[in-house]
Ligand binder design. Structure first.
Ligand code: DQQ
Length: 473
């Protein structure tokens, strides 16, 4: 059997490998790159090492993978879009960037390494093959005289008087920065000024993967701070951004390098890389690493923060449905549901905390609870929690408890929208807190779903659970 056939069979049989989240055919994936709606279809590029399940740093491993979808649900793999060119400015890796429609010519703007320079590539066959610009790089250094912590991951958009670009950076000693450039032709770029600079103590020393877009009456800046993707909502006039609200795109610590696109319905859709929570050796042994989060729909809330929900198209994957209403849960009645279990499921639940201190769900629970993952609200701490202390009997997986702050208004119920896809858990709470997690149960019978309350009793107002189909044929 050939190496690739053997790998394909191993991946197909792997109980940790998600079935309805986008993944490359094998090996490594990280950042989403250049998502764009083009001729009626959603195109997603991504950082990809097609040869092995590790990033490879600046050793020439990083490519742009490519996939297309009609509906944000089912994806078709396309040929690799960009590979490092030996001897070229991206010889050590084709790093992150964006894709724009230049009057009918799809154009990728990306970072080549090393050093970090900005390059472009175009396609004349509807994005199947790509040609790098012969005079790359189009920007060969950070602004003269500026001491920066990095210079990568361009985000480009068009205004009435030309193209604008943000480059992820940081000003040494000060903090992460998004540097603003301007161009008439995507080739000759003039540096203007930092669009926004953070404070290193609060928002880190380096901002990767900036993303900037209008949303309703406001503008949103996303930055990835070498750990977390943050958002700022504010105003944008005279090419100056003035933030009015700030938040965390996801509190789990696994969702990173998020990038967005606008579709033909004017919707702002977000993609993000979900990292692994298992050892490098386990990733190597499995033959794959990295998952794309479910596409998320962004809108503005009345208080000026972001509302984040999974795109409604995902309903197409729902199969068998189970419905529960008005279940009173006490510490002694906490138990697993008898009529459903699974590792590829969606749950929509509305919970009234009653007088419980903690109330929530158990998922991927084995008989006897040797393995279980708890997703719950803590009243005192006003937090959404994912407790992974007993998610897996494997020794080399992350187990720390993840927390996201969420204050419920008087009389407001907790509304959880949860997606379990084998080793991936995505939790959306009341549209305002997202928490993505990774769990790797070792037992084939860790499939139970249940309710629990601690320190008092609570009511499950309603809950729908669906079994979810695979996105691959
Ligand atoms: N990943 C890319 C960089 C980017 C980082 C390299 C963020 O361009 O800064 O794979 O995860």
């Amino acid at each position: 059997m050939s190496f690739w056939t053997e790998l394909r069979e191993k991946l197909a049989a792997d109980p940790q490998r998600p079935r309805y989240h986008f993944l490359p055919p094998a090996n490594w994936m990280n950042d989403p790159n250049g998502p764009i709606f083009w001729k009626g279809k959603y195109h997603l590029f991504y950082q990809h090492n097609p040869y092995a399940p590790f990033h490879g740093g600046r050793s020439g491993t990083m490519h742009w993978g490519h996939a297309v979808s009609k509906d944000l649900v089912y994806w078709t793999h396309l040929p690799i879009a960009l590979a490092p060119t030996p001897g070229g400015p991206d010889k050590d890796g084709v790093y992150s960037g964006c894709c724009v429609d230049n009057d009918g010519v799809p154009t990728i703007i990306y970072t080549g390494v090393s050093p970090e320079v900005q390059c472009i590539a175009t396609s004349d066959d509807d994005m199947i093959t790509w040609k790098k610009y012969s005079e790359n790089p189009v920007i060969n250094s950070p602004p003269i005289g500026m001491a920066v912590t990095g210079f990568r991951d361009p985000c480009v958009w068009r205004e009435d008087d030309g193209w604008y670009m943000l480059i992820g950076s940081g000003i040494k000693g000060i903090g992460g920065a998004a540097l603003l450039y301007k161009s008439k032709d995507l080739i000759n770029w003039e540096y203007l000024h930092p669009l926004y600079v953070g404070e290193k103590e609060r928002t880190g020393t380096m901002w990767e993967c900036p993303d900037f877009f209008p949303l309703g009456e406001k503008y949103v800046l996303l930055v990835s701070t070498l750990g977390t993707t943050l958002y700022f909502v504010g105003t944008y006039t005279d090419h100056k951004f003035r933030p009015e609200a700030q938040g965390n795109m996801d509190f789990g610590g696994y969702f990173y390098a998020a990038r967005s696109m606008v579709d033909d319905k004017g919707r702002r859709i977000l993609f993000g890389w979900i990292k692994e929570g298992r050892s490098a050796a386990a990733q190597w042994a499995s033959g794959w690493s990295g998952v794309q989060a479910l596409p998320r729909l962004l809108s503005l809330r009345e208080d000026g923060t972001l509302n984040i929900e999974p795109v409604p198209e995902l309903k197409a994957l729902q199969s068998e449905h189970h419905r529960y209403e008005d279940i009173h849960v006490t510490p002694s009645s906490s138990s697993l549901l008898e009529d459903i279990q699974g590792d590829c499921i969606e749950i929509e639940a509305e919970l009234n905390l009653g007088d419980a201190k903690e109330f929530g769900l158990k998922v991927r629970s084995s008989p006897g609870d040797a393995e279980e993952t708890l997703i719950f609200y803590n009243r005192e701490k006003k937090s959404l929690n994912v407790n992974r202390e007993r998610s897996s009997l494997y020794p080399d997986v992350s187990r720390e408890i993840q927390k996201g702050p969420i204050e419920l208004a008087n009389g407001e119920n907790l509304k959880l929208h949860i997606f379990i896809d084998r080793s991936v858990v995505e939790v959306f709470a009341n549209g305002r807190v997202c928490l993505t997690s990774r769990i790797y149960p070792s037992r084939v019978d860790s499939l139970g779903i249940g309710l629990f309350a601690r320190g008092g009793s609570a009511t499950l107002k309603s809950m729908s659970i669906w079994e979810i189909k695979s996105i691959w044929q």
